[in-house]
Design a protein around this ligand. Sequence first.
Ligand SMILES: [Zn+2]
Length: 677
Amino acid sequence: MSDPFYVTTPIYYVNDAPHIGSAYTTIACDALARYHRARGQDTWFLTGTDEHGQKIEEAAIAAGRTPIAHADHFVARFQDAWKKLDISNDDFIRTTEQRHKDVVADIWRRLEAAGAIYLADYEDWYCVGCESFYTETQLVPGDAPGVFLCPDHKRPVQRLKEQSYFFRMAQYAQPLLDYIEAHPEFIQPDFRKNEVVAFVKAGLRDLSVSRRTFKWGIPVPGAPEHVIYVWIDALTNYMSALGGPGTAQYDKFWPQAVHVIGKDILRHHAVYWPTMLLAAGLPLPKTVFAHGWWTANGQKISKSLGNAIDPLGLAADVGVDALRYFLLRETSFGLDGDFSHDAFLGRLNSDLANDLGNLVHRCVKMTELYAGGVIPRLEPGAFEDHPVHGKLAALAIHARDTVAEHMERLQPTRALEALWELVRGGNKYIDDAAPWVQAKDPARAAELSHTVRHFLEALSWIALMVAPFMPKKAGEILDRLGVPGGPERLLRWPRAWGRELTSGQKVVPGEPLWPRLDDDRKAELKARWGVKPAVRKPDKGGDPKNDKQADKPADKSAGKAPQAAAAPPPGSISYDDFKKLDLRVAEVKTAEKVPKADKLLKLTLDLGGETRTVVAGIAAAYAAEALPGKKVIFLANLAPATIRGVRSEGMILAAGDEQVIGLSAIDCDVPPGTKVR
Ligand SMILES: [Zn+2]
């Protein structure tokens, strides 16, 4: 039996309703939990709410209620949202619960007993909004001398001095680095690990872990005038929900913990939390996985733009499973993604209505037409070497194993990609086997029966594998296949080909799982979701005159298709412009640090017989020794430049805005020098 599986979302702060970000994290964890349950693993899925702190205290006063009444209000909204999104959490922890407070006090005492906590004066700049102290270098200068603004809130910070307990985090920098190196799966994805390592290597400061500026929290054991600050309070939820150290549930699940978080709280989970555990002498979680953020239709989501995406509204209009599918399929798990309503509706039509919905419909319909609506027997070994029939079982087994592999690696996006190869393969099988042709030839009766059983079997495998992502629709597919039972039917993973269905069961016809959305319906939905028509902004170098022209109706050439007359969007380049770029695959041969330049590496690249030297600003994300052998996309005809005394002949392409977070790559093995277009 494999290890138990324990997955957690962050606890959500009770000053905001659930939004697309918290829904995304929670749905991803839910899919992982459902997958592991289906594999027969002992699984525990935790979510909850973070309810303490000055901000809650202030918001409650402003709303004219007690802090706990304020928290109750938001907790109900989270619990209701998770119910509507089919979240199967096993527990819901609230930091105001006694079971949590007890374990927080226990962790505090362990840290104290280990000599990892001390009392000292703390003085620095303080932002009430962040509940955080800042050093002067972190602040933004205000409009008068001596006035500084919070980098997040852009409002003045105040000088604050108070007695605070400190956690000796600085002492645990090296043990943490050692741990990270010895446990490659601890921080994922890899580029996030690199960020954390760079941050820790730059040196850690001791962490202030108590406050006297507010009361709404857990008192410090033995010093109730201090309140335990958010770090120890909130992070301990992952243990307190299990009962804490020394309990059976903790012993069973704790070291297996997989913390799925947004990238904004990576440091808290990958530095503060593990150093506390190292100090307390407790085992560290197995994995901290940081996923990216969503933009909305290409724009940052913000209150001022009013472009927040309401997950519950989307789910109510087109079904919760379509939303779950899109969020996990659209963007590689770990990277930032764009929630485009057009892409959402596009996938609904292509992947769900056309691919899977159509497959379900065809399978049931053809079983009625060609097998009297009854699931035929599977004759073992029949048609194994047949060029069409022989392939489907192999495709299904390959999909099953690939989906599992990706789920084990916390890659739901790739799992769905692999699963859709089987969905499309099922449709192709029906096209190739052409049961409507077989049906005309009585001599092919056995083959026809085999064909029907084959596509039904494949569909039952798809239903079981799609269940972690789309539990409702998976259940409906099993209903169509006449599989009796309730939700427990989904707690299974395909085993042997030919064993998932019972012959003689009747299939059950029904409405399409996802009706195709026509343009009118799409426009209606988009209007309801408040999607504004796309407005393209000119690039920095864009010509504002062009922009005006593009806004004018294209009326010069009456009778012509409007598309043909429209000017290209400002900022766009022609294909001829693009062709000027000489992009090639290059293999890194050597990499070394550029002296006196923290961010730069000097690389030699193989371009397929030709060697180039470049200087690349990637040292914060990549260690020099990790690079040789990597293949990257290279701009070969960039004019050479001398950087820090090194002549750089070209440029490698990388992802990241101000800071590089990943190098470009080709998804298969190609020789250096290959053209990229
Ligand atoms: Zn702030």
